[in-house]
Design a protein around this ligand. Sequence first.
Ligand SMILES: [Zn+2]
Length: 306
Amino acid sequence: MKKYHYEDFTSGNGIGRVMLKEKCIACGSDRRETAFDLGDTRIYRCPSCGLGVADPIPAREDLKKRYEAEYYETGYSEGIERRPSEAAARLLDVLEKHTGKGRLLDIGCGAGAYLAAARDRGWEATGVDVSPFAVNFVREKLGIPVRSGFLDEAGFEESSFDAAIMVHSLEHQQDPAATLGLTKSLLKPGGVLFVSVPNFAGVSALRRGSEWEGLQPGFHFYFFTPGSLRGIAARAGFEVLEVSAPVEIISGASVDAVLGSRAGALARRVARGLMGSAIDRARKRASGPAGGDTITMMARRPEGGI
Ligand SMILES: [Zn+2]
């Protein structure tokens, strides 16, 4: 059984070392196992809570350069005009039940689809993104004031937001525990946080293994299970209201479509196996169904908390 050590965690030029912890940031375990060796990147997994961590995690300046060019010029730019209006409307419905329409912060706002939807419904919406391309797009095309850089560079005022959202953003962070801690301080007491991330314990991740789209070496550094996401949020001081990974959310396809596909035999075998093992374990740690491709979490900054 290996212990976490910086030396163990440091490969190649060692640029990830300062960002990695000796213990699991979600559950405190000092054990780890290699989940995937992808060549340039190794993915470790905590055997206790299932959290995955990439090694190495690029240094901040290196990461910024990647988002300045590559990321938005390749796959992401195809989706930049696509407005996930239905998803945004559903999310805003939920947030408004908790806080009404107030000040919203979108961390990792990308092309600003959620910000636009929120503004159109009467929220005072702002965001932050590390990509100058995305930030310019949101400012110029949507007319929404957003800040450029990492969250801790953005200079937002403490206790000033009613709600914060991180839609497929936390897995990109170099230190998600620190990001959540900072996010909590930016929320008003009683303010709510919504997080969605790819599910490392989901049907697709378990079925596709090292081919899973959610791994995205060089851009995704943490790979969450329902239990580990809950653990990180709780350690950051949030009151976790709900964690869920509905099985109907499987890469945009229904469970039936996935399990009935041409690769169906293997998928069904894997699904049966994981329904009886990994998913059950994950489900026990979550408050809802746990096998889908996306984990969502609602959490709250406690009233009177620090
Ligand atoms: Zn853990």
